[in-house]
Design a protein around this ligand. Structure first.
Ligand code: HDE
Length: 753
């Protein structure tokens, strides 16, 4: 099979970048539902289903056993112009049940009613026990060829393009929970390689709470809502979480990552991803190496502020999925480089004293550089959430030849869990035949029958050895790209329930992480611990966690203790003498601003020509302008996206002010709480609130013309990151320059060194 074919199909299915740019200059902002604008009157002329939106993709139309079909992906969707039953019989009415007279009763013979309601009654499937809340996208992975020396995996050969599906997720929350909660994020990638599917099921943090899979139910039970009241939803700021992590101190390193800005990403597009475990690579010659996988986002790693995250939980609980879909629709395709840290495969399975089987440990990049091996581009949104994002089934055991597992005891347990969970979640053993899960390699297993079997297997001998089916299927060797279970020597040892002694070090790498943070990142960590522990009811739990903080760093402990009103304990272990890893810090560099959102405040008296130019320039820069005005509809000939009533600062990465709108008619507390009182204000109070919040969240703010008066009234002129300019173009240039650093960090000097 031509391995590059799937990727070509991806390319054909999406618009080229220049077509996208032409689109956005039209100009439109992303997010409108449906592929054609609706009419006011209900349509009555029959026609075929509308096509999907231009940025939407769908799983290839492969057969259940992996064969290409050359059928358009829309063939999996509804067909024809007329309403039918599930069996294809056309229907003339779906608005009334069949009754004995118009006043009833309803007749049991109404098979259409029963089919419709019965199917509806069974529309839900169990949500994932963890990572229930997620969003996915299709894309393509292009290999650089730089991994060819260490792995025989075909999809990593130079220039090879492989279709992928990625699902991002939070861990703790239910399927309907908010995107922006403080939590670890899942980053699971399905590579449809022509040697079998490879799933890299990772997180946005490189370490895990536990070292042994047998503790997974414990940590998840502790993090999920309390079993009696079922609160709180999707968060760790509660007693059971802190009870567990303060007792099970191997969780401290991961907990510190969660308390850092990594726990509240700005976007899925600005997250790193990590395979977490050490994997074993094997090359053509049979040589092995140990490796850790990393995803590096082109846009850099960026986070929300804690207040933004909390506000977004209410204002826009779908913030991250909306951001992902909007960015793809706007042509700002999210990109990551896949990198590997290659480590010698020694019998000790350690590197520079770090136990590579311990998933609570990282290997600092300064010790083993991350070598880029390919690029991932997400370029299509799903056509149907349930069919694709909900039904996609990842498994750490989906491995291509050239990549194998290690004895990491967490990974070993996962190898069991991921198939097991799908049996309940997807209703039987044939989940690999669901379109999003179908491999892009020929499937010739001897698995048969079961619920929802979609393959029509021929032959009489699904067993080996056989002669009745001519001996088929045949075992493959190295020449036929067979998967290789690397013949690692297992030392003779007694059966024990125990960890190696090296797993006992629970604090040194947590300290390494703390010491690698910039001052502002440390401030954020202090406030997270203080907030989360402040939400716990029991003092014993807070005291116990403070002890762990003392063992990580006395200053961190002292600052959190002050916030909690408790004494700071002394360390009970010697503080580790570690070398910081600057690569762990998120701040201090500049990154592209593609796909970022700029709010522009306008009113009919603003410099509308200037706004026109700025709006076009924002689109041209690959960002999204959202006009915020006193009322909906149009201001001049400009379409309004948000009003002072519907918009909120947290939606924007930066703010531009083109005018100083007087209080609008709805700027009264009774109509809009945000307005409060207008008694003393000449500018609409919602605009002042916008400025205040953007300022508080260290966002770049620019104004020109009448907009400058707003800055004065908000008392933020002459503060860092607030620009007054002679024109809209000038204001935008300055603001975009500031956005490259993500936030105006020097607006709030840190108090800790
Ligand atoms: Fe998972 N995990 N996990 N996990 N995990 C699942 O599989 C499990 C672990 C991760 O978007 C489940 O299909 C056990 C580490 C992601 O569909 C389940 C253990 C890491 C996703 C499961 C772990 C992860 C899952 C739930 C300890 C980071 C979402 C539904 C041994 C490296 C995938 C499902 C998606 C999902 C079990 C530990 C990442 C129950 C038993 C470590 C990103 O099988």
């Amino acid at each position: 099979m031509d391995s590059s074919k799937p990727a070509k199909a991806v390319k054909n299915a999406v618009k080229t970048a220049s077509e996208k740019i032409a689109d956005v200059l039209t100009p439109t902002v992303p997010g409108a539902p449906g592929s054609a604008p609706p009419t006011v009157e209900e349509p009555t002329a029959p026609h075929d289903p509308l096509p999907p939106k231009s940025e939407q993709g769908a799983p290839q139309t492969r057969t259940p056993t992996g064969a290409e079909t050359d059928t358009p992906t829309t063939a999996n969707g509804q067909q024809g112009a007329y309403l039918t039953t599930a069996q294809g019989a056309r229907l003339r009415d779906t608005d009334h049940s069949l009754k004995a007279g118009s006043r009833g009763p309803t007749l049991l013979q109404d098979h259409h009613l029963r089919e419709k309601i019965t199917h509806f009654d069974h529309e839900r499937i169990p949500e994932r026990v963890v990572h229930a809340r997620g969003a996915g996208a299709h894309g393509v992975f292009t290999a650089y060829g730089t991994a060819e020396g260490v792995t025989r995996a075909g999809f990593l050969k130079k220039g090879r393009e492989t279709e992928v599906f990625v699902r991002f997720s939070t861990v703790l929350g239910s399927r309907g929970s908010a995107d922006t909660v403080r939590d670890t994020r899942g980053f699971a990638t399905k590579f449809y390689t022509d040697e079998g599917t490879f799933d890299l099921v990772g997180n946005n943090m490189p370490v895990f709470f536990i070292q042994d899979a047998i503790k997974f139910p414990d940590i998840i039970h502790a993090g999920k809502p309390h079993p009696d009241r079922e609160i709180p939803q999707a968060q760790s700021a509660h007693d059971t979480f802190w009870d567990f992590v303060s007792l099970h101190t191997e969780a401290q390193h991961h907990t510190l990552w969660n308390m850092s800005d990594r726990g509240i990403p700005r976007s899925y597009r600005t997250m790193e991803g990590f395979g977490v475990h050490t994997f074993r690579l094997v090359n053509e010659a049979g040589d092995t190496a140990l490796a850790k996988f990393h995803w590096k986002p082109t846009l850099g790693v960026h986070s929300l502020t804690w207040e933004e995250a909390q506000m977004l939980g209410g204002m826009d609980p779908d913030f991250h999925r909306r951001d992902l879909y909007d960015a793809i629709e706007a042509g700002a395709f999210p990109e990551w480089e896949l990198g590997i840290q290659v480590l010698p495969d020694t019998p000790e399975e350690t590197f520079d004293g770090i136990d590579l089987l311990d998933p609570t440990k990282i290997v600092p990049e300064e010790l083993a550089p991350v070598q880029p091996v390919g690029k991932l581009t997400l370029n299509r949104t799903p056509t149907n959430f349930f069919a694709e994002t909900e039904q996609v089934a990842f498994h750490v055991g989906h491995l291509p030849p050239g990549i194998d597992v290690t004895n990491d005891p967490l990974l070993q347990g996962r190898l069991f869990s991921y198939v097991d969970t799908q049996l309940t979640r997807l209703g039987g053993p044939n989940f690999a035949q669901i379109p999003i899960n179908r491999p892009h390699a020929p499937v010739n297993d001897m698995l048969r029958d079961g619920f929802h079997q979609q393959a029509v297997h021929a032959g009489v001998a699904p067993y080996r050895p056989n002669s009745l089916d001519g001996g088929n299927p045949f075992p493959a060797g190295d020449d036929e790209h067979a998967f290789l279970d690397v013949p690692v020597t297992v030392a003779e040892a007694p059966k024990v329930r125990a960890n190696p002694a090296s797993f006992d070090d629970h604090f040194s790498q947590a300290r390494l992480f703390w010491l690698s943070m910039s001052p502002v990142e440390r401030e954020h960590i202090i406030r997270s611990y203080t907030f989360e522990l402040g939400k716990c009811y029991h003092q014993a739990i807070k005291e116990r966690q403070l002890q762990s903080l003392a063992n990580i760093d006395p200053e961190l402990c002292a600052q959190v203790a002050t916030g909690l009103g408790l004494p700071a304990p002394e360390p009970t272990v010697p503080l580790a003498d570690v070398t910081p890893s600057p690569a762990l810090s998120q701040v201090g560099r500049e990154w592209p601003t593609d796909g970022r959102t700029i709010g522009i405040v306008v009113d009919p008296d603003s410099d509308l020509d200037g706004v026109h130019q700025v709006r076009a320039a924002v689109f041209e820069a690959g960002m999204v302008p959202l006009l915020i005005a006193p009322h909906g509809g149009m201001v001049g000939d400009l379409p309004v996206q948000r009003t002072f009533a519907t918009g909120r600062s947290v939606e924007f990465d930066a703010l531009l002010l083109a005018g100083a709108p007087a209080p609008a008619p709805d700027a009264i507390g009774a109509r809009d709480d945000k307005a409060g009182t207008t008694d003393t204000k000449t500018v609409d109070p919602r605009v002042l609130l916008l400025v205040e919040e953007c300022w508080r969240h260290a966002k770049a703010i620019g104004a020109w013309d009448d907009g400058v008066a707003v800055l004065r009234q908000a008392r933020v002129t002459d503060t860092p990151g607030v620009v007054t300019a002679g024109s809209g173009a000038e204001a935008l240039t300055a603001v975009q320059g500031l956005m490259a650093a993500h936030r105006v960090w020097d607006r709030f000097p840190a108090t800790v060194a």
